[in-house]
Design a protein around this ligand. Structure first.
Ligand code: ADP
Ligand code: AMP
Length: 214
């Protein structure tokens, strides 16, 4: 099962992708998480990516595509994967199609998690990420048991640099210009599915399992 999560930054793609990964036994591949791990580990890729991420811009396609295609070669991808944050541009989607069709494969579902712009800033200013394991919470919609500490590993929670309101507005603009056209792209391929992302996260997941099957 090969799934792409689409939607604005903060729509809940990561939240749903983790739930899909757990239920259907496929890996969750988040390009944002891969870049953040590289930044944390001080790699050259991390340093390059950070320049763009901090401004709310997309990392150039040539730094993203090979990274993802190489990830597919790992043994855990044999039964598919759920892609979160990739593709984000038409050239990335075309590169993904080309790589898949070369091995006789294709994307099964592109799931668009729909959340209007006016909800996004509230979502992202309340988002907290664990510095230890990368788990994501929300101070109102998905709080931890102990304030500021991860439920899973106990490490500290932080507000991501790119979740500050001025960067969020830029990321939304970039989303509308460069990523939203992918909805039409996957509609034409007949794999596009839409879910309402404004409802409780468990209800969003129920809508997704209806699409993917129990
Ligand atoms: P994305 O991966 O699309 O950027 P996240 O999954 O990180 O988005 O979600 C953004 C923020 O919104 C997080 O703080 C998350 O806990 C919260 N969130 C996710 N889904 C919902 C929902 N259905 N209702 C309310 N808050 C949500
Ligand atoms: P995310 O965690 O998905 O919100 O991604 C955080 C940031 O990483 C984005 O705002 C981009 O700067 C960068 N990024 C993640 N995935 C991609 C991608 N597929 N293409 C370009 N930039 C990306």
């Amino acid at each position: 099962m090969k799934i792409i999560m689409l939607g604005a930054p903060g729509a809940g793609k990561g939240t749903q992708a983790k739930m899909i990964a757990a239920k259907y036994g496929v890996p969750h591949i988040s390009t944002g998480d891969i870049f953040r791990a590289n930044i944390k580990n001080g790699t050259e890729l991390g340093a390059k990516a950070k320049e763009y991420m901090d401004k709310g811009l997309l990392v150039p396609d040539e730094l993203v595509v090979d990274l993802v295609i190489d990830r597919f070669k790992e043994p855990d991808c044999q039964n598919g994967y759920v892609l979160d944050g990739f593709p984000r541009t038409i050239p990335q989607a075309e590169a993904l199609d080309k790589a898949l069709s070369a091995i006789g494969e294709s994307i099964d579902y592109a799931i668009n998690v729909e959340v209007p712009d006016e909800n996004i800033v509230r979502r992202m200013s309340g988002r907290r990420a664990c510095v230890g394991c990368g788990a994501t919470y929300h101070i109102v919609y998905n709080p931890t048991k102990v304030e500021g500490k991860c439920d899973t590993c106990g490490a500290d929670l932080i507000l991501r640099d790119d979740d500050k309101p001025e960067t969020v507005l830029n990321r939304l603009k970039v989303y509308h210009e460069q990523t939203q056209p992918l909805i039409n792209y996957y509609e034409k391929k007949g794999v596009m599915k839409e879910v309402d992302g404004t409802v409780d996260m468990n209800d969003v997941f129920a809508a997704i399992t209806k699409i993917l099957g129990e």
